[in-house]
Ligand binder design. Structure first.
Ligand code: CLF
Ligand code: SF4
Length: 446
């Protein structure tokens, strides 16, 4: 999939551009200060430039002729895309007309999604994000002080408002799914408010056919001036997010690479290039001249090249999957999934590879309690469960491990190695396998 948010493997290949054409919002979230971008999709405390639809399409053409891996155009604020239907739809139509090779993506709080789902899908928006923080109005009421319903032209508050928002979100998602759109749901993890409720949200998302769930941490600092920040609701920790992702992941696939972008973000996720493109460079440019530049950039050929590269990679990986007649299981401790960069004591997920003398492949990811909990009883409670988790594994490649756990693991025939610390996983596995099989280990499993 050529969408950097929906496909983990695409996020280092394909870029997105956000068009900040939607300024107003029709609800109030307690984690948002409307001086800044929509915090349900972006990093709080950031203010984006605001564009008219015509400025926005000029920006797409200008940026697209310079960033060849641009594949997605998103509207994610700075307010709510569907609270500004005129600007949003005019922009989407212009993008569809002038850059039909780009995917269209919209992010919304969902209050008006049911009203606009058919129109969005008819234009070609096939990726829609809806922020759902609660599926219980009594919890929703602690998150949304009010919502404004444009149908009745009334403001609803408390449980009544939260219930109406939820009803519209559900109706909107059902309509969009029925139209074939891929729905991603964002949930802001708000400590003390919806932290323990998120698995219920995930269960509902599953029932609705949501494709992907993105649990985002609440970022709460007094300088953001939000209700929560001013009333002592703290930021969510990485541990809280991981725990929620693990629980929610039982029902719906979890996105774990969200960069909490700006409403005018440009480029790869986590590597923002918005500062490189200045309003004055494109806003007064001639639309036809910009379009010519865009077409000359031969983006289609570039996409083809990426696809061809992927096909080669798949072929190579298929070949690699014939990894040898003798194989062993090797576990690694990694925070990033790329390097051996985690200590055994803090690891709560072991990535297990099946490794042969000709290659390796990821076999499973196994969760276990951390050996080191930071308490006096450190290790004692967890080691039996870790040993059970690592049953059948012959080698553990880790950044650091103490003598006690090493001995415990040796007792189940598992050797641990620190010498590959901070090395890329692929290099470490290759070297470890070379050493293991070169040494003519007798124990290799079939
Ligand atoms: Fe933008 Fe959002 Fe579309 Fe992606 S972002 S509108 S789905 S193209 Fe992506 Fe950014 Fe996270 Fe959003 S990393 S904040 S999930
Ligand atoms: Fe702010 Fe977004 Fe919530 Fe609107 S939907 S109040 S812009 S966080």
């Amino acid at each position: 999939m050529r969408h950097p948010c929906y496909d983990h493997s695409a996020h280092k290949r394909y870029s997105r551009i956000h068009l900040s054409v939607a300024s107003a919002c029709n609800i109030q979230c307690n984690y948002c200060n409307r001086k800044y971008d929509c915090s349900a999709e972006s990093r709080p405390g950031v203010t984006s430039e605001k564009l008219t639809p015509i400025e926005a399409i000029k920006k797409v053409l200008y940026v697209g002729s310079r960033i060849k891996n641009l594949s997605v155009v998103g509207i994610a604020g700075p307010g709510d895309a569907l609270a500004n239907p005129k600007q949003t739809f005019e922009t989407l139509r212009l993008v569809k007309e002038h850059t039909p090779d780009l995917k269209l993506c919209v992010s919304t709080n969902g209050l008006r999604l049911a009203e606009f789902a058919d129109e969005l899908c008819a234009i070609g928006v096939d990726h829609i994000t809806v922020t759902i923080n609660a599926v219980d109005p009594s919890i929703g009421a602690k998150i949304y002080p009010w919502i404004y319903d444009s149908e009745s032209k009334r403001r609803f508050s408390g449980i009544e408002g939260a219930a109406l928002l939820l009803e519209r979100q559900i109706e909107g998602i059902k309509k969009a799914v029925a139209n074939g759109a891929l729905i991603k749901a964002n949930s802001v993890l708000i400590p003390q408010i919806n932290e323990d409720h998120l698995p219920k949200v995930a269960a509902k998302l599953k029932e609705l056919g949501v494709f992907l769930h993105n649990v985002m941490p609440l970022l709460s600092e007094p300088r953001f001036g939000t209700f929560y920040a001013l009333n002592g609701v703290p930021s969510a920790t990485q541990e809280q997010v991981k725990k929620a992702q693990k629980a929610c992941g039982l029902d719906v696939a979890q996105m774990t690479h969200c960069a909490q972008c700006r409403a005018d973000a440009v480029g790869l996720l986590g590597s923002d290039q918005s500062e490189e493109f200045h309003f004055k460079d494109y806003a007064n440019g001639d639309l036809n001249a910009l379009k010519e530049q865009y077409e000359k950039a031969a983006r289609g050929e570039y996409f083809e090249a990426i696809d061809a590269f992927d096909r080669h990679l798949k072929k190579a990986s298929d070949e690699l999957n014939a990894i040898g007649d003798k194989t062993i299981l090797i576990a690694v401790t990694s925070q990033t999934g790329e390097k051996i960069d985690m200590h055994f004591g803090s690891c709560d997920r072991f990535d297990i590879y099946r490794v042969g003398d000709r290659g390796y492949k990821l076999y499973s990811k196994r969760n276990a309690p951390s050996y080191c909990s930071g308490e006096d009883s450190c290790g004692k409670g967890a080691i039996d469960e870790i040993k059970e988790t690592l049953k059948g594994v012959k080698l553990l490649l880790t950044a650091k491990i103490g003598n006690c756990p090493q001995k415990e693991l040796n007792a189940i025939g598992l050797r641990s190695e620190e010498k590959y610390a901070n090395m890329n996983i692929d290099a470490a596995l290759t070297l470890a396998a070379r050493e293991y099989f070169g040494a003519g280990a007798k124990e290799a499993e079939a």
